[in-house]
Design a protein around this ligand. Structure first.
Ligand code: ADP
Length: 226
């Protein structure tokens, strides 16, 4: 589904963020990328949504080279990728419902689809009782659940979660990982990054360990090194 073919990224200041990375992700996999801060995890994620360009190598989504897509094709691809970030990225003056509805409107969904799907996804992430809350009325864990609901509402093929638990306490961290696992069990591919050993202990699945821009371990049994 996703394939990194010898991808390197050297930023203009000569930081080597990715050093000849190759790996693939199959549909329905749950892949955790672990590594210390600065290992290159965010850069790798940014490649997938074409926020950064490789200095060398190529990144494929199915057979398409992501960085060679036309703008319209890239917009189409972005709709197949749901994203979740450490800082939630919710719109502050919109309720949980409106934040999710906004994402649905942007992808051309009708009012009746919105009215039926938004409560459903909020229920799925355990927030059925917070539909009309604004972000400032929600805890960090609750905000992240809204962000996950927004990421899945358009039924993407893959969820990319870049340090989704970076701002959360251990209990909320555990619950967010459980929600991502549930989404994965329902058939969506998940690619998660973390620097948190506790997260790696919670996930069971494939763990890719990065260090200084390289993959130093890719373990299908969920073992890891840090
Ligand atoms: P991680 O997500 O694992 O913390 P990053 O991908 O953010 O790692 O960073 C990898 C390396 O690239 C680090 O050395 C970082 O300082 C550098 N880096 C990241 N983004 C930029 C940028 N926009 N410009 C220059 N260097 C960057």
């Amino acid at each position: 589904m996703i394939y990194f073919d010898k991808v390197s990224k050297i930023y203009p200041d000569e930081s080597v963020a990715l050093d000849t990375i190759s790996f693939g992700v199959k549909p329905k996999e749950f892949v955790t990328i672990v590594g210390h801060s600065g290992a290159g995890k965010s850069t790798l994620i940014k490649m997938l949504i074409a926020e950064e360009w490789p200095s060398d190598g190529a990144v494929f989504f199915e057979s398409a080279n992501i960085h060679r897509l036309k703008k319209s094709e890239m917009n189409k691809l972005r709709r197949r990728i749901g994203t979740v970030f450490q800082d939630f990225r919710l719109i502050p003056n919109k309720t949980a419902y409106e934040n999710i509805a906004f994402a649905m409107e942007a992808s051309g969904r009708t009012d009746s689809e919105i009215a039926s799907d938004v409560p459903h996804v909020l229920e799925l992430v355990g927030l059925g009782n917070k539909i009309w809350s604004f972000p400032h009325e929600l805890s960090g864990g609750e905000k992240q659940r809204v962000a996950i609901a927004r990421a899945i509402v358009n039924q993407p093929d893959i969820i990319i979660a870049d340090e989704p638990t970076g701002n959360l306490d251990p209990i909320n961290t555990y619950e967010i990982i459980k929600i991502l696992q549930k989404i994965n069990e329902l058939g969506t591919t998940v690619l998660l990054t973390t620097h948190n050993k506790g997260v790696v202990d919670t996930v069971n699945g494939r763990v890719i360990t990065m260090e200084k821009g390289k993959i130093i371990r890719d373990d299908k049994d969920g073992k890891y090194v840090l």
